[in-house]
Design a protein around this ligand. Structure first.
Ligand code: COA
Length: 705
């Protein structure tokens, strides 16, 4: 096994071979050579085809073996059945990176052939890109090794895309939108090189200011989370993911798995990483274009300058949606904008210059906002009016945008009107002036800028580590496994809870009603009784639960009723007795869960119990490698958070203890991979300083992988 090749040579190869190079203009093997030649690649190019000959002034080599020079990159464009042999040729010649254009592998179920190529590559320290890709473009080496469009504008946005066809379309779109690219990489089946590998290079690449990723599915999510968190600290990372609509049904909270709709998990984890997730490709492109040119704001105080009340209100709504802080110091606003606003206008934010405003009024108001240090960004709104000479609109916007750019303060415009206004938008966008027709689009760009800024402030790379007794957890796992179970019995789960330091109510197991009474006397009334059986998971459905038992007689009656019910529910069930536990005052109920997510590995979830989770779907998710601060933000994120702060005279709840419990479960699923699911439901939260207590815990066991 050789050391894997440096990813740098994928983007900056000194020599490129094309296996499957063709003289037939209709073939991909021809297009690749044509794009490399016309794109201005300055390194050495070796087209390879057993037929030999010449293409676009370059000799075609009959085999890679004939080439004596070192080859950094070899693009494979031969049919699937010949691909393995081509990879073999590359391995033999010590090629560093091999983008495989060819389709017909894992995407159609031909997984073994793909794995075979990866195994071979790994043995030689060679990296594979794809298969099933359109190639790679890298501005740094003027390399267009794609069969996509020849016309790629060089610039500062790097695109990593899982969909090839969409990627090719994106190249076209960036050209129309005048977005310059520093790189575009198609990752296809991600058999070897994935987004994390590419981010490693792109984050360090100075030419790349923004990274845009189109993702369909995440495989090695744990690594991606760690890479993205770092990446988003350095530059904005924008993600578009398909599959948003497949919201996992949030069923009755019987199982953490059912709470974790995968798109919600993806969404939450992207936020945790500081990644900006676009709702659509259009939004993502808008952000990329805006962020590539926008200066970093000093703070978050934003003002809206408008000539229309209605559009101002729309922008105010949009600001709330995108988390934009509108500056609201009425006295200062009056001081700043009073001299430039007519008496019948408004100096409150939105600053309304009224429908009679012309370019001079706009210039004066926008300049006043630019000059004032309390204001960090401006949103300029315009509704077409007869008094504003439309011929001067573009000039007004252009000159103000330029003044803001020079001064390092962000500004974005939204202008609404007829044909003249529309054509003004088209012209200005070509010049990369941040102007939109739709208010929400303009505001969402500012929102993206602020969210990126906030990530750095909220970020902490210290993963919170709770003290847990891993060997005790493993004992509980082993006990369940020895009995052939994939879930823990209450006593095993109790041991596990002890091992991770989460309190549960006092309890005991009784095997007859005398024992039950003795236990209840010892614990103190009222008590709760539950059936103990390895064959009954849903105890309430089986009539195996009795609550609020006040005295000895009630305990005896309940014991007998539970046994009869359980026997009737499942005649062959093994009944091991009845668990008696302290009946707690149920105040605020929450759910804390953790699991091994298929894409992201260990994850945690939190929500308020009962209807809040089941009906309102009010839950928060995070990757389990989280800091204490991230766990705090997670708790704050749910809509019902105010209930934890205490409403209607209630005291604040022990939020610290909730955060502590989240950290404990996160530590557990990070260190004990065989715990596939754990859910504390409900976790009772007492008043501040009085802690939490898990009333019930459900633990599922899976593979340790
Ligand atoms: N080494 C070098 N060249 C070889 C070769 C080898 N081992 N085996 C075959 N070739 C040559 C062929 O002779 C042919 O050259 P020619 O035009 O001179 O005859 C060339 O490679 C291509 O082979 P061909 O059989 O003509 O295939 P093709 O060009 O029709 O298709 C692919 C090849 C890779 C394009 C096709 O198999 C494929 O996978 N297409 C889908 C690509 C795709 O969509 N990718 C995802 C994008 S998002």
């Amino acid at each position: 096994m050789n050391r894997p090749a440096d990813i740098r040579y994928l983007f900056e190869p000194r020599s490129v071979a094309v296996l499957g190079a063709s003289t037939d203009r209709g073939k991909i093997g021809y297009r690749l050579v044509e794009n490399i030649v016309n794109g201005g690649y300055a390194g050495k190019l070796f087209p390879v085809n057993p037929k030999g000959g010449e293409v676009l002034g370059h000799r075609i080599w009959r085999s890679l073996d004939e080439v004596s020079e070192e080859i950094d990159l070899a693009v494979i464009a031969v049919p699937a059945k010949a691909a393995y042999q081509a990879v073999e040729q590359c391995a033999k010649r010590g090629v560093k990176h091999v983008p495989i254009i060819t389709s017909g592998f894992s995407e159609i179920g031909n997984t073994e052939e793909e794995r075979r190529m990866v195994r071979l590559a790994r043995e030689h320290g060679m990296r594979l890109l794809g298969p099933n890709i359109f190639g790679i473009f890298s501005a740094r080496s003027s390399l267009n090794a794609t069969f996509g469009p020849a016309d790629i504008h060089h610039g500062s946005v790097a695109i990593v895309t899982q969909s090839g066809a969409l990627g090719i379309a994106m190249i076209g779109k960036t050209a129309v939108e005048n977005i310059g690219l520093s790189a575009i990489v198609s990752v296809g089946n991600k058999s070897d090189i994935d987004e994390s590998d590419l981010l490693g290079y792109l984050v360090a690449d100075e030419q790349t200011r923004i990274i845009l990723m189109y993702i369909e599915g995440v495989q090695n999510g744990e690594r991606l989370v760690a890479t993205l968190k770092q990446a988003a600290l350095k530059k904005p990372v924008v993600v578009v993911k398909s599959g948003r609509s497949q919201r996992g049904a949030i069923a009755a909270a019987s199982h953490t798995g059912s709470l974790a709709g995968s798109d919600e998990v993806f969404d939450a984890i992207m936020r945790q990483c500081g990644v900006l997730r676009g709702e659509s490709l259009e939004e993502a492109f808008n952000w990329c274009k805006f962020l590539a040119a926008a200066p970093a704001p000093e703070g978050e105080n934003t003002v809206i300058v408008t000539n229309g009340g209605g559009i101002g209100v729309l922008a105010t709504d949009a600001s709330e949606k995108y988390g934009i802080k509108l500056y609201d110091d009425a006295r200062l606003l009056k001081e700043i904008f009073g001299p430039v606003t007519p008496d019948f206008g408004s100096t409150k934010n939105p600053v309304d210059l009224t429908g009679q405003a012309g370019p001079q009024q706009y210039n004066a108001a926008l300049a006043a906002a630019l000059a004032n240090d309390h204001i960090d960004a401006t949103l300029g709104l315009y509704c077409e009016t007869a008094v504003f000479d439309a011929q001067t609109l573009a000039g007004m916007i252009r000159s103000n945008a330029e003044a803001y750019r020079k001064a390092g303060k962000p500004i974005v415009f939204s202008i609404l009107g007829g044909e003249m206004t529309e054509s003004c938008i088209g012209d200005l966008r070509k010049e990369s002036v941040p102007v939109f027709g739709e208010v929400y689009q303009a505001v969402s760009c500012l929102g993206a800028l602020y969210r990126h800024r906030r990530h750095a402030a909220e970020y902490s790379d210290a993963v919170a580590e709770a003290e847990i007794d891993v060997s005790l957890v493993e004992k509980s796992v082993a006990s369940a496994r020895a009995a052939g179970r994939t879930f823990m019995l209450p006593r095993e789960a109790r041991h596990l809870m002890k091992a991770i330091g989460v309190a549960m109510p006092q309890n005991a197991v009784a095997h007859n009603f005398e024992e039950a009474v003795r236990a209840a006397d010892k614990i103190g009334y009222p008590v709760v009784m539950k059936i103990v059986s390895p064959d009954i998971i849903h105890k309430s459905d089986a009539g195996g639960v009795a609550l609020d038992l006040e005295n000895k007689d009630e305990v005896i009656d309940a014991y007998q009723a539970i046994m009869v019910n359980a026997r009737r529910y499942k005649p062959d069930a093994r009944l091991e007795g009845v668990e008696i536990s302290q009946m707690l005052v149920r105040t605020t109920e929450t759910i804390v869960g953790a699991r091994q997510d298929k894409s992201f590995g260990p994850t945690v979830m939190f929500g308020l119990g009962g209807i809040y989770v089941e009906v309102m779907k009010d839950v928060a998710f995070r990757a389990a490698s989280l800091s204490r601060k991230e766990a705090q933000l997670m708790v704050k994120e749910i809509r019902s958070y105010p209930l934890l702060l205490g409403v209607r005279g209630e005291k604040r709840k022990d939020i610290d203890a909730v955060v502590d419990t989240i950290v404990r479960l996160a530590t557990l699923v990070r260190h004990c991979r065989s715990i596939s699911d754990i859910e504390l439901n409900p976790l009772i939260v007492y008043d501040s300083g009085q802690g939490v207590m898990a009333l019930d815990v459900r633990v599922l066991i899976g593979d340790a992988q």
